[in-house]
Design a protein around this ligand. Sequence first.
Ligand code: FPP
Length: 299
Amino acid sequence: MSRKDGTEDGRAPRARGAEARTWPAPHPSGARPPELDARALPRHVAVVMDGNGRWANQRGLPRVEGHRAGERALVDVVAGAVEAGVEWLSLYAFSTENWKRSPAEVRFLMGFSRQTIREDRDLFDSWGVRIVWSGRRPRLWRSVAKELVVAERQTQHNAGLGLNLCVNYGSRLEIADAVKQVALDVAAGRLDPARVTERTVAARFGALDAGPVAGLARPPRPHIPDVDLFVRTSGEQRLSNFLLWQSAYAELCFVPELWPDVDRRVLWRTLEEFAGRGRRFGGATDTPVAGGAPGREAG
Ligand code: FPP
């Protein structure tokens, strides 16, 4: 019998390697993921799921109906990432700034997140998805944090897509918390300040929130590579405090669809766009310009 904490009667949770997982059902249109060379595929795609409120209001519905409709898009995009062979997918589900919304919307989003995680984690598990939660404990409903940790524990040994659910997440706070952890390590004599590097900071992301939740120990946080492709839906062109450090060299892709209108085909379109971009990570190459001096590419 499966226990509520996601383990099998207290034994180690089962792992879903490549052989054990089922594949998501194909998209009803019959569309297939783009056939891209593995080197042209982003390892880590981050998505700001924007436009739920506008989608609902355009239909004369309350904003929360947009969030409800957004869950279908979320499941389909996860399916698309699994099919395409993306390594990590980060989804911005609730930001540390979203507490500014009306109490009714915040209450809805908390309850809805709890329900979505509870209802979708077995499906994601069956696809071999490993769920990780990024975000802060303070203020987050304990029941939501608990569902996230149950999902982390249940899927921790899966070898497929890594799904980084960002709930009560804010990038500046994540960086500040990591710096606080660096200071604590220095003060305790565990770390030589002269040896602090970018890696020292990044390795401490999430460290302050690594303790047990509702009596459930959290699995060790895996290494999540930097973001290669940053996608935002709804036509807005902002980063909104999402994975700022990790996106230092990300390619940005802004798509017009409101989140509830998104499905895996939109994700695949962004993968194709990414494959066509030239990335230099701050280096430069000479590109000869016909009849003139070579052009210099920067950035
Ligand atoms: C942004 O639209 C969307 C959100 C703040 C919430 C998105 C959450 C989900 C789809 C489900 C959460 C699921 C899990 C697994 C935790 P908006 O309200 O900002 O739209 P607007 O810009 O049109 O107002």
